[in-house]
Design a protein around this ligand. Structure first.
Ligand code: ZN
Ligand code: ZN
Length: 162
C-alpha cells in the first residue's frame, strides 16, 4: 500500500513507501544509474552486433538477475534492440529484432503451429492409447481363459523311443 512502511526489495532497508515502487529512494537512484549504464553500453554494442546479459553482467558487474529484471520491466527501453538473449526453443542467440517473446522467429512460428496441431493430436493419441490399453486387457483376459495347451501329441512322435 502507498504510504505504508516497507522493506526495500533490494537492500531490505525500511522506508516510507510513497509511490508504487518497492525500492527505497537510494536504491531507486542506484537502479536508475545502472539502467543508464546498461542502456549506454547496449547502444555502444550495436557496432558489435549487441551483447548478451551475461556479457553485460561480467563487464559492468551488475548481477544477471538484476539485468533480467530491468529487461522484463522494460527499463532498458530501446536498448533491448542490442540485447542478445537465448531462444528457449533452439538455444540460438537472438536479438530483439529477431525475437518473438522467448523464442526466435523460427521457433515461435514452429511452436505456434505445433501448439495448434498438438492439442488435436493429443486428443487423438489419448483415444488411441485408451483403445490400445483395452485391447491389451482383452488379450490378457483371453490368455487367462484359454486352457493351457500341452504339447500336441497327435502324431505320437517320440525321439527317445527308437
Ligand atoms: Zn533500498
Ligand atoms: Zn529458436
Amino acid at each position: 500500500m502507498v504510504g505504508s512502511v516497507i522493506n526495500c526489495k533490494r537492500c531490505n532497508k525500511i522506508f516510507q513507501k510513497v509511490t508504487s515502487n518497492e525500492h527505497c529512494p537510494a536504491c531507486i537512484r542506484l537502479e536508475e544509474e545502472e539502467v543508464t549504464i546498461l542502456y549506454r553500453r547496449l547502444q555502444k554494442s550495436s557496432a558489435d552486433g549487441g551483447m548478451t546479459i551475461d556479457d553485460l553482467s561480467t563487464e559492468l558487474e551488475i548481477p544477471v538477475e538484476t539485468i533480467e529484471r530491468y529487461y522484463l520491466e522494460g527499463k532498458l527501453t530501446t536498448g533491448v534492440m542490442f540485447l542478445k538473449t537465448t531462444c528457449q526453443g533452439c538455444g540460438a542467440t537472438i536479438r530483439e529484432i529477431q525475437r518473438k517473446g522467448r523464442f526466435c522467429v523460427t521457433c515461435s512460428e514452429e511452436t505456434a503451429n505445433k501448439a495448434g496441431v498438438e492439442v488435436k493430436h493429443m486428443q487423438t493419441i489419448q483415444k488411441e492409447e485408451e483403445a490400445e490399453r483395452r485391447r491389451q486387457e482383452q488379450l490378457q483376459l483371453l490368455k487367462k481363459n484359454q486352457p493351457t495347451k500341452t504339447q500336441p501329441r497327435k502324431f505320437g512322435f517320440s525321439r527317445s523311443g527308437s
